[in-house]
Write a protein that binds this ligand. Structure first.
Ligand code: GLT
Ligand code: MN
Ligand code: MN
Ligand code: MN
Length: 386
């Protein structure tokens, strides 16, 4: 078991399994894989879909005829292997034109080109059936702030997203947009570095209901944040439109490791959160095989991402069904019906009653909540000894 089916809704980007091992210090270590071949392999492995940037599929300088041929071949491969394209996005980071930002460039011509490129990419995504459109602003940031554009950049970004949301409606595409935060890399500092930052920004857009967040495990972990906490806040806001799963050591460059390969506990609590709250969207593995690997390693990587998710999903079910764990959880929480009523929903009477109440601080401070026991039960579960 632990072999996925399309019902599990696992997706990969063309750029993930297609990653060739290039890094800032070294050349590719693997040959490129064609998009139809990736569709075939992912279909065999039980994936649900493939996500893409415009230029993962169609080269930036392709002619109209080449575009049509490439898209037709890819569509054929998708249907042959039973895969869908749930999410599309734009490459607004590779071309030197975007070296100082796309929507937040200080050059009005670059901003206009970024809009044009995104509209065309939205056309392509729609043609392939995508319903979610991701914005990862890899170049939207700075190394130096001497240009003095911080507030302008926020405004330009807002104008661009408002324009593109209207474009989506005018064309009848009905996209849901998912904004993906990252603190840094490739820019020294990327604008809107966290999920909370994106949530605050979404509230300032003209169609906030069309926008949500695409959080990524590695992006919070890079800066030492707890990804499960970030996702909980996004879920609470009703804004988990998409999710990028991978792994990462804190304080490192962006590693995009196989899901669950590094922070197994956070991965467990994340999977539990997604499963317990009924997240029904695609689970996208935005990661790649180690640079050491050949093609066999790429498929071992892809299989491993899905397998680990399925194992953790089973562990989450066990956690919820385990009587000892549930007893420890029940002991952890202290319920009090009278206080619950007193503290929910303000009235002057309740405020008065609460002000007059006496609390035994020594008793509150003296209580041991049992978290060592509960956490060890979790570790036992994860290590397979219960
Ligand atoms: C790039 C980045 C990812 C984004 C992708 C979408 S591209 O690989 O590292 O986090 O999700 O643009
Ligand atoms: Mn990443
Ligand atoms: Mn990455
Ligand atoms: Mn990502």
């Amino acid at each position: 078991s632990y072999v996925p089916t399309p019902d599990d809704k696992f997706t990969f980007g063309l750029w993930t399994v297609g990653q060739t091992g290039r890094d800032p210090f070294g050349e590719p270590t693997r040959a490129p894989l064609s998009a139809p071949y990736i569709a075939q392999k992912l279909g065999e492995l039980g994936a649900y879909g493939i996500n893409l940037h415009d230029n993962d599929l169609v080269p930036i300088d392709a002619s109209a005829a080449e575009h049509d041929r490439i898209v037709a071949e890819f569509r054929q491969a998708l249907s042959d292997h039973g895969l869908v394209v749930p999410m599309a996005t734009t490459n607004l980071f590779s071309d030197p034109a975007f070296k100082d930002g796309a929507f937040t460039s200080a050059d009005a011509r670059v901003r206009a080109y970024a809009l044009q490129k995104t509209m065309r990419s939205m056309d392509l995504g729609h043609e392939l059936g995508a319903q979610t459109y991701v914005f990862w602003g890899g170049r939207e940031g700075a190394e130096v702030d001497a240009g003095g554009k911080l507030l302008d950049a926020i405004g330009w970004f807002r104008d661009s997203l408002n324009f593109l949301a209207d474009y989506s409606e005018a064309q009848g595409y009905g996209y849901r947009f998912a904004l993906e935060p990252k603190p840094n890399e490739p820019r020294g500092d990327i604008f809107f570095p966290t999920a909370g930052s994106m949530l605050g920004f979404i509230a300032t857009l003209e169609r906030p209901e069309r926008f949500g967040v695409n959080p990524e495990f590695a992006h919070d972990t890079m800066s030492g944040l707890n990804f499960a906490h970030a996702v909980a806040q996004v879920i609470d806001a009703g804004k988990l439109f998409h999710i990028d799963l991978n792994d990462q050591k804190p304080g490192r460059f962006d590693q995009d490791l196989r899901f669950g390969s590094e922070n197994i506990k956070t991965a467990f609590f994340l999977v539990k959160l997604l499963e317990d709250t009924g997240y029904a969207g695609p689970k996208h593995f935005d990661a790649h095989a180690l640079r050491t690997e050949d093609e066999a390693g790429v498929w071992a990587f892809a299989r491993g991402c899905m397998r680990t998710y399925l194992i953790l999903r089973e562990k989450a079910r066990q956690f919820n069904a385990d009587p000892e764990i549930q007893a420890a959880l029940a002991a952890y929480r202290v319920e009090d019906a009278e206080l619950a009523d007193l503290t929910r929903g303000f009235s002057p009477q309740k405020a008065e009653a609460l002000r007059d109440r006496t609390f035994d601080r020594a008793e509150l401070g003296g209580r041991g909540p049992g978290l060592e026991h509960l956490d060890q039960l979790t570790v036992d579960l994860l290590l397979g000894t219960r």
